[in-house]
Design a protein around this ligand. Structure first.
Ligand SMILES: [Zn+2]
Length: 280
């Protein structure tokens, strides 16, 4: 049992995510938004927090992570969550590059298991219940005219939420616009007793499907982690997970490589980055 007000240290075996430690002392970002940082140093600093015995000391020391960038997430606030019966945990409130706001345990950002709000990579399944995604308040390219439905173009999927006040009742991905609309409609029916979607179903569906078609036409999907090896004349499929290559194999055809990547994502991430139909 962790003493009250302490942060539990991150073990090496827990380190995950696609993060390359490099020899720098200051974090910096590339123009494309990728952030490289000294992960070992971050973990040392995070673990040093566990020496703090008071809540005030803990919050004060955790300020060194404020306004830092972890993948696509920039930390804006850090606070202590003290749910009854549970170990107190430092929570980071961050803004994702896509505009969404995410709250998640600080340790998940530090150990690299969380790099974005779910708009670029699947959220870690086992800890998904600790992550809350709030839709961007400003109209950005990901939002749609249907309340609570977003298009994650970078993953070619739909994201559905139902948030009432501070509570999030639904937080689901959907492969198709139809599925997304139905998830939201059912959630509204369940929560409010009726849904505005019933009245405008056809119009809303047509609009969402059109958005997806336009996006896919302009940005043809590319299977991540596969490449052509010129020397060997073979296709390579890779997946980096929890600090190591769990898939690094060559195949005769592109199709086989894409299939291997899809299967590895489902097996290790719990779901694929894009709907299965795009792994071709
Ligand atoms: Zn995002």
């Amino acid at each position: 049992m962790m003493p009250d007000g302490k942060a539990s240290p991150i073990l090496n075996s827990e380190i995950s995510g696609c993060i390359r430690p490099i020899e720098i002392t200051e974090p910096f970002s590339l123009p494309n938004g990728t952030c490289y940082r000294d992960i070992e140093e971050d973990i040392r600093k995070f673990n040093a927090l566990s020496l703090q015995t008071t809540v005030a000391g803990l919050l004060h020391e955790s300020a060194l992570f404020l306004f830092r960038q972890f993948g696509w997430l920039t930390i804006q606030e850090i606070y202590l969550s003290r749910n009854p019966g549970k170990t107190p945990e430092l929570i980071a409130k961050s803004r994702c590059r896509c505009g969404n706001i995410v709250t998640a345990p600080l340790r998940m950002l530090v150990d690299g298991s969380l790099n974005d709000c779910g708009c670029t990579t699947p959220l870690p399944k086992q800890e998904a219940n600790k992550i809350i995604v709030y839709q961007s308040e400003r109209p950005i390219r990901w939002t749609t005219t249907v309340d609570g439905i977003q298009w994650f173009g970078s993953r070619y999927i739909w994201f559905v939420t139902l948030t009432v006040g501070q509570r999030c009742f639904v937080r689901k991905y959907a492969d198709t616009a139809k599925e997304a609309l139905e998830i939201r409609r059912d959630a509204e029916r369940q929560y409010f007793g009726r849904s505005i979607i019933d009245q405008y179903y056809e119009i809303m569906l047509a609009e969402l499907e059109e958005l997806e078609q336009i996006y896919v036409r302009r940005h043809p999907p590319e299977v991540p982690g596969i490449s052509w090896d010129k020397t060997e004349k073979r296709w390579i499929a890779r997946l980096w997970y929890r600090g190591k290559w769990i898939l690094n194999k060559s195949f005769k055809t592109r199709k086989e490589a894409a299939k291997a990547r899809y299967e590895a994502e489902v097996r290790y991430l719990g779901e694929s980055t894009m709907p299965e139909r795009y792994y071709v």
